[in-house]
Ligand binder design. Structure first.
Ligand SMILES: CC(C)(COP(=O)(O)OP(=O)(O)OC[C@H]1O[C@@H](n2cnc3c(N)ncnc32)[C@H](O)[C@@H]1OP(=O)(O)O)[C@@H](O)C(=O)NCCC(=O)NCCS
Length: 168
C-alpha cells in the first residue's frame, strides 16, 4: 500500500467511500449521497487551490484524505482543515495513519501553521488516530449537529506545525 495524489480515475472510489460515510456514519454531517460529478468538482477545486487530495493505493483505493481552507477569510490563511476516510473493511490496519502522516507532510510543505480536525465527539477511532499523531483536543461544541435523530457534539483537535513568527 502506498500514498499518492488522487487522479480523476480514483473519484468513483472516493465517491463510494464518501457516500458510505454519509449513509452509515456520523463522520459526515450530510444526509444525502452525492454523485461522481460532485466529487470531481471537489477534486478540481482542491487542486486549483493548490491543496492535496491523497489516496491510499493497494491496487484499489483503500481511503483518501485532503485539506482545504479552514475558513474563507484572509486571516486564516495559515490554517487548514482536513478529513480522512478509510474504506469499510480496511479500517484499523494503519491506512488512516499513513494518509494523515502524508497530509501533515504536505501541510508543512505549504508552510501551513495549524491543522484543524472537526470530529464527531463519539468517533473514538478518529480521535485516537489524531492523538497518536500529536493532535490535541482544544474545543468541544455541544449539540451543534444532528443526525440519525440524535444531537452531535463536535470536538476540535489541532496540530500546530511551526513555532516561528508570522511570515506574511
Ligand atoms: C477514523 C479512521 C480514518 C481511522 O483510520 P484507520 O485506518 O481505521 O486507523 P489506523 O488503523 O491507522 O489506526 C490509527 C490509530 O487509531 C487507533 N484506532 C483505529 N480504530 C480504532 C477504534 N475503532 N477504536 C480505537 N482506536 C482505534 C489505532 O489503534 C491506531 O492507534 P495506535 O497507533 O495506538 O494503535 C477510519 O476508521 C475511518 O475512515 N472511519 C470512518 C470515517 C471517519 O470517521 N473519518 C474521520 C472523520 S473525522
Amino acid at each position: 500500500m502506498f500514498i499518492r495524489d488522487a487522479v480523476e480515475a480514483d473519484v468513483e472510489a472516493i465517491t463510494a467511500i464518501y457516500n458510505d460515510a454519509v449513509l452509515n456514519s456520523t463522520a459526515i454531517w450530510n444526509d444525502k449521497p452525492v454523485d461522481v460529478a460532485d466529487r470531481l468538482a471537489w477534486l478540481a477545486a482542491r487542486r486549483a487551490a493548490g491543496y492535496p487530495v491523497l489516496v491510499a493505493d493497494d491496487g484499489s483505493v483503500l481511503g483518501y484524505a485532503s485539506f482545504g481552507d479552514y475558513r474563507p477569510f484572509e486571516g486564516y490563511r495559515h490554517t487548514v482543515e482536513h478529513s480522512v476516510y478509510v474504506r469499510e473493511g480496511q479500517r484499523g490496519a494503519g491506512v488512516g495513519r499513513k494518509l494523515l502522516e502524508e497530509l501533515i507532510v504536505r501541510a508543512r510543505g505549504l508552510d501551513k501553521h495549524v491543522m484543524v480536525a472537526g470530529i464527531e465527539a463519539g468517533n473514538v477511532a478518529s480521535i485516537r488516530l489524531h492523538e497518536r499523531l500529536g493532535f490535541e483536543q482544544v474545543g468541544l461544541l455541544k449539540e451543534v449537529g444532528v443526525k440519525f435523530g440524535s444531537w452531535l457534539d463536535l470536538a476540535f483537535l489541532q496540530l500546530t506545525l511551526g513555532s516561528g513568527p508570522v511570515s506574511d
